[in-house]
Design a protein around this ligand. Structure first.
Ligand SMILES: [Zn+2]
Length: 74
């Protein structure tokens, strides 16, 4: 059975093993043990976004998907 491809599967919520820098705001740090949004690119490299910035990143993604949906329904 074919499954619909998830185009946003490169976005995950992970728990930092070590201290990580927030990619959305260089002044933010993600401490070890804290949850954060992880975005993997095709090479497997990871960009980390702290929980403070994650909602904004997801809002932008959600808006983009909403726009796409709007364009389909036109
Ligand atoms: Zn941040």
């Amino acid at each position: 059975m074919s499954k619909t491809r998830n185009v946003v599967k490169h976005l995950k919520i992970e728990v930092a093993l070590k201290e990580r820098k927030c990619h959305a705001n260089s002044k933010h740090t993600i401490k070890a043990g804290e949850k954060h949004l992880a975005e993997y690119d095709d090479s497997g490299a990871r960009q980390n976004v702290c929980m403070q910035c994650a909602p904004k990143v997801l809002d932008t993604a959600q808006k983009h998907i909403r726009d796409l949906r709007g364009a389909i329904e036109k």
